[in-house]
Design a protein around this ligand. Structure first.
Ligand SMILES: [Zn+2]
Length: 409
């Protein structure tokens, strides 16, 4: 991996306009870390480095809005994450970040880390010791007292009552958080004694988290399955609802009106079922919860899309079998399982996440002046969305990390 080259022509490409949902032939010109021009002009100027893409499709780097880079995916033992030292967690996190970048995800939002090891990985990436996507990090997630913390002691910051929520949110920001993650309802991957349908934080607690986030120019991501918990979080002013399993028409209409993003994480259950070892060893109550709600979840996401709720792609990579680097499977699920067109699914994986992160002037589309986060795929993803599962070229900030079979790492 070298530094950004002075001028780079990604020549002979189909360049995807994510807003219009169509491609046009041309060359994309990068200088330093930015896109400086998109041109049909045939010849590159003398001294420019040319990469002939031979008709491949160029897209903006993909953005996953829901990952847990510090979680292992090769085990369904719920107590396995807690048995690792923080040093090992950081090393695993760096490897997860590398794989995610190589899969074409040049930006991720991590919505629950582990003892802030992910903050150390971000620092190591900044210093050039490891490679990673652009990392927007929540630090520890805020939660009421619940047995969920038994499985993920490094991920939970227990806060009961408004005062503790304020303090907990401030602690994450002091550690370097870019957003605040809250648990508005129970979780699926938690001990049996936690009711996954339960309402957790109260409206007042959620409002307190939102107030701290807003005062610091940040947003709140709210984990929510149960419809009343979704409503609490939307009315409190959360920027995004994670999962949204039991969302009904009324709450989705409110989200559409308020511009609250929905992050579906549809691939959690299929990814768990696809991996034989995970499928055979996952605790029965977790399996039953995931499988038992999967169809309802898809129904909710389909309805959300029809009601024009802004959707931002998120995998929940880090759950059992939901491997880091397989992130594009979620974009495929959004098309095959939730009725989005390929163009809508790509928009939900580029431009909408950039908006959710407040980065839409810098990221999310291939436009002159934006950061050169660019990927290339061999087949046309508008015709076949599975094209995104095989990425040929990965560039972040004008630096090429992967090119064909050559991995520049
Ligand atoms: Zn999650």
């Amino acid at each position: 991996m070298g530094g950004p080259s002075p001028m780079l022509w990604l020549a002979n490409a189909k360049i995807l306009d994510v807003q219009r949902g169509r491609t046009k032939n041309g060359n994309l010109v990068v200088e330093g870390e930015r896109i400086v021009e998109i041109t049909r002009k045939k010849a590159a100027p003398k001294g420019a480095k040319v990469i002939d893409l031979a008709g491949r499709t160029l897209l903006p780097g993909l953005i996953d809005c829901h990952v847990h880079l510090t979680l292992p995916t090769d085990t369904a033992d719920p107590y396995a994450p807690a048995r690792r030292s923080d040093a090992l967690v950081a090393l695993h996190c760096a490897e997860a970040a590398r794989r995610t970048l190589m899969a074409g995800f040049t930006t991720v939002r991590d919505v629950g880390g582990w003892n802030h090891a992910e903050m150390a990985v971000r620092e190591a990436a900044k210093q050039g010791h490891v490679i990673a996507p652009r990392l927007f990090l929540a630090g520890k997630l805020l939660s009421i007292t619940t047995s969920g913390a038994d499985y993920y002691p490094g991920m939970y910051e227990i806060c009961d009552g408004v005062e503790q929520v304020i303090a907990g949110a401030r602690r994450q920001i002091a550690k370097g958080a870019d957003l605040i993650k809250v648990m508005a309802t129970g979780a699926m991957l938690s001990p049996e004694s936690e009711d996954s349908r339960a309402i957790q934080f109260t409206r007042a607690e959620l409002e307190a988290a939102v107030a701290v986030a807003r005062d610091n120019y940040k947003h709140v991501a709210a984990h929510a399955h149960a419809v009343d918990g979704i409503l609490n979080a939307v009315e409190a002013g959360a920027g995004s609802i994670e999962h949204g399993t039991f969302a009904d028409r009324a709450v989705l209409q409110l989200m559409a009106k308020k511009g609250t993003f929905l992050v579906p994480t549809l691939c959690v259950t299929p990814a768990m079922l696809r991996d034989r070892h995970i499928r055979e060893t996952i605790p029965e109550h977790e399996r039953a919860r995931l499988v038992g709600t999967d169809e309802q979840h898809r129904k909710a996401i389909r309805l959300a899309h029809r009601l024009k709720v802004p959707i931002a792609m998120g995998t929940d990579a880090g759950t059992p079998g939901n491997h880091h680097g397989d992130n594009a499977q979620e974009i495929v699920e959004m098309v095959t399982g939730a009725g989005l067109t390929p163009a809508a699914a790509i928009y939900a994986s580029t431009m909408n996440p950039a908006k959710l992160l407040g980065q839409d002037k810098e990221l999310g589309s291939l436009d002159q002046g934006k950061l050169a986060d660019v990927i290339a795929v061999a087949r046309d993803p508008l015709a076949d969305i599975t094209a995104l599962t095989q990425v040929d070229l990965v560039m972040k900030g004008g630096v090429i990390y992967k090119h064909g079979r050559r991995r520049i790492t």
